[in-house]
Design a protein. Structure first.
Length: 54
C-alpha cells in the first residue's frame, strides 16, 4: 500500500467518525430538549415509537 492510499484511508476514517459523532450528538441534544420542554416529557425515540414515558 502506498503512502497516498494510507493517508486517504486515514482521512476517510476520520471524516466518517466525525460525521457519526456529530449525528449522534445532534440526536441526543434534540431528545434532551424534547424531554425538558414538552409537557408529556417524551423524547425523540418515544415520539417515533408512539410510546408514553412511565
Amino acid at each position: 500500500m502506498t503512502l497516498a492510499k494510507c493517508k486517504s484511508m486515514v482521512l476517510r476514517v476520520f471524516i466518517v467518525s466525525l460525521m457519526c459523532g456529530l449525528t449522534i450528538t445532534i440526536v441526543v441534544i434534540i431528545s434532551l430538549f424534547m424531554v425538558v420542554f414538552r409537557q408529556d416529557k417524551r423524547s425523540l425515540h418515544d415520539s417515533m415509537a408512539g410510546q408514553l414515558p412511565m
